[in-house]
Design a protein around this ligand. Structure first.
Ligand code: GDD
Ligand code: MG
Length: 325
């Protein structure tokens, strides 16, 4: 079974991080965002196809340097084709029922169960569903007790929203779905889903967590969510990190004489000089925090040097475009 990973965006809301690396390579708890998704795929997924336009060379270089244990194929997407068009563009790689996954979020969805559910319903298409309080920034479904979806509306107004169940961005699709995607720029959500609804579209809800990683706030929230999940007995300290009080310091980082508040993640090679206070923040690799700094709810990119005495609150400090004041 093949999986198509959709990571086409430029990640503008994560600039300046995404001036240096594309969003799929942004580290989340020491692992690139896209690898969280790929690692969650069951063994029967023998190839993950990633249509890429923005920073394709950087993606290819990463995979060369870190050969993945499973097959990943990068396919050039010359210009953005839309979520449906991008899938159509790689149809030659697809050979049967397949998965499509939005690569900008991390979730606890059990992919094996999801595929089983899709098969047990004999569905034409199955989408993963997550409950939210405000469905307006998402795709929302109207689903019956048997899991059959009767209506799908992308980015509804409050009045239009039929439910609080949103498209969590993982789909199991029949091979025939490809026949319903036109050539050119096509939106899966706005054009393809409405068209295939009456062929038998099902939804599977899941519990646990689902976090978007598209903005500073969301990315920090993803770290918080995963730290909480780990604290409940996930990956232990023997994976090279010290996890205490819902903060994580990778082995090879140096933190002395500073206070580290909850939901802080400090990556290897990073040095925090004495007298600093860091909370709710993520420091990527090889960062240097000078003495007596305050870093709050911020992300500091790889290699950035923060001068002593700096106060950084709710910011992204980039390695490529320095935003230190
Ligand atoms: N290859 C490629 N080409 N990928 C694309 C393109 C494209 O032209 N456009 C978007 N993508 C990728 C994005 O990088 C992202 O990972 C995924 O497809 C979804 O696109 P977004 O632009 O992030 O859409 P959204 O967040 O507004 O809405 C989508 O995700 C929601 C859940 O996060 C929709 O699928 C909603 O229905 C859904 O609820
Ligand atoms: Mg998105």
């Amino acid at each position: 079974m093949k999986a198509v990973l959709l990571v086409g965006g430029k990640g503008t809301r994560l600039r300046p991080l995404t001036y240096r690396i594309p969003k799929p390579l942004i580290p989340v708890m020491g692992k690139p965002l896209m690898m969280h998704v790929i690692d969650s795929l069951p063994a029967e997924v023998d190839e993950t196809i990633i249509p890429v336009g923005y920073m394709r060379e950087t993606m290819e270089a990463y995979l060369k340097e870190h050969p993945p244990s499973r097959k990943i194929t990068i396919v050039e997407e010359k210009e953005p084709m839309g979520t449906g068009g991008a899938v159509k563009n790689v149809e030659d790689y697809i050979d049967g029922d397949f998965l499509v996954i939005n690569g900008d979020s991390i979730s606890s969805l059990d992919m094996r169960r999801f595929i089983e559910y899709h098969r047990s319903k004999k569905a034409f298409a199955t989408i993963s569903l997550w409950e939210v309080e405000d469905p307006t920034p998402f795709g929302v479904v109207d689903m019956d007790v048997n899991g059959k979806i009767h209506r799908f509306q992308e980015k509804p107004t409050r009045q239009e929203a039929f439910s609080l169940l949103i498209n969590a961005g993982a789909y199991a699709l029949s091979y025939e779905t490809l026949d319903h995607i036109d050539e050119g720029f096509v939106s899966m959500e706005r054009q393809v889903f409405p068209r295939i609804l009456d062929r038998g579209m099902y939804g599977m809800r899941f519990e646990g967590y689902w976090v978007d990683c598209g903005t500073r706030e969301n990315l920090l929230d993803a770290y918080r969510t995963l730290m909480k999940a780990n604290a409940r007995g996930g990956e232990g300290p023997d994976d090279g990190r010290v996890i205490a009080d819902r903060a994580a310091v990778e082995r090879g980082a140096s933190v002395e004489g500073s206070s580290i508040g909850p939901f802080t993640y400090i990556s290897r090679g990073t040095v925090v000089e004495p007298g600093s206070h860091i909370t709710g923040s993520v420091l990527f690799e090889d960062v240097r925090i000078g003495p007596n700094c305050r870093i709050i709810d911020s992300i500091v990119d790889q290699g950035v040097v923060v001068p002593g005495g700096s106060v950084i609150e709710s910011q992204i400090l980039g390695a490529v475009e320095q935003a230190v004041e």
